[in-house]
Design a protein around this ligand. Structure first.
Ligand SMILES: *[C@@H]1O[C@H](CO)[C@@H](O)[C@H](O)[C@H]1NC(C)=O
Length: 288
């Protein structure tokens, strides 16, 4: 890690020296201390994700269909995002009719949790920046008639999500564009919104200042450098908890989304992720 940081500093310095005024559009190394690394090394065997004996990246037991293994849920498209470099690869989270977690018959869901994340752990304290890049799979499109929860931080008591990255039709919110990615606070207030891009990588980062209850959102497409697009703004970040990254598809036509409602049969949907990591921004550092 230390060597990697020195190397990335050297690379950043030489890049800046070579072209001080042009935007950086190349792949990038995270430049701040990594707290949780969810990047998937190239050529990782799918079965790596199935057990604690092998999976050093994500929790192998959660959150997924009761009868499924991660090796069946995850796909590995030949792609990599801005912070994946040559060493890491994209990972696609998919859902099917079997994506029923515990007794939650209303949802179809598969969500990655960082292996070392815990409800009272470092992920919900201090100042941290969560990075995620997304790309759409034309072979496994999301159905934007439904509401999707894709990336979030859920309080330790499971009563709320302090921050949530969503797409599709938000239930009870007719004003929100179903074709947009939306970053919302726990009350559903919009912090940032941008149209889904069906071809390019979309790179997001959320700086979460748990001390001051402030959120700052950064965004770019393709290999471009992240830019500040919203905040810092007040968001209630109290409650600790854990991150989750994947797909939670809500049903239509019910007020009991956990248990009831309508889900189509023969689902085959996916969301491609890359560049997943949480970095420490206590000293103001954010990888752009
Ligand atoms: C999208 O979802 C709605 C509601 O479940 C369903 O009626 C419709 O057929 C779906 N569309 C596609 C293209 O799957």
């Amino acid at each position: 890690m230390f060597t990697q940081n020195l190397l990335s500093l050297a690379v950043a310095a030489s890049t800046a020296f070579a072209a001080p005024h042009s935007p950086i559009t190349a792949r990038a190394e995270p430049k701040c201390p990594i707290v949780f690394d969810g990047r998937v090394p190239v050529d990782t065997a799918p079965t790596f994700f199935d057990t604690y004996a092998t999976n050093t990246i994500f929790n192998p037991d959660y959150v997924k269909g009761n009868d499924l293994k991660w090796s069946g849920i995850l796909k590995f498209p030949d792609a990599s995002s801005r912070f994946d470099g040559e060493e890491y690869t994209a990972v696609e989270v998919t859902i099917s009719d079997q994506s029923i977690f515990q007794q939650q018959n209303g949802f179809r869901r598969a969500g990655l949790q960082f292996l070392r994340d815990s409800p009272d752990g470092p992920g919900g304290k201090g100042v941290k920046t969560l990075h995620w890049s997304v790309k759409q799979d034309p072979g496994r499109p999301l159905n934007l008639t439904h509401e999707y929860l894709n990336v979030w931080h859920e309080t330790a008591d499971y009563s709320a999500n302090q921050i949530q990255f969503q797409t599709g039709t938000l239930i009870g919110k007719s004003g929100a564009d179903k074709n947009n990615f939306k970053v919302l606070d726990r009350n559903g207030n919009s912090l940032y919104s941008v149209p889904m891009d069906m071809t390019m990588w979309q790179n997001f980062a959320a700086k979460l200042d748990f001390n001051r209850n402030q959120v700052t959102i950064y965004y770019s497409t393709g290999m471009s450098e992240l830019k500040l697009v919203a905040g810092p703004q007040y968001v209630n970040l109290a409650g600790g908890g854990q991150y989750q990254i994947g797909i939670l598809k809500k049903p239509t036509g019910t007020s009991d989304v956990v248990n009831g409602g309508y889900q189509e049969r023969n689902l085959d949907e996916g969301q491609i992720y890359g560049g997943l990591f949480l970095e420490d921004s206590a000293d103001g550092c954010v990888s752009l």
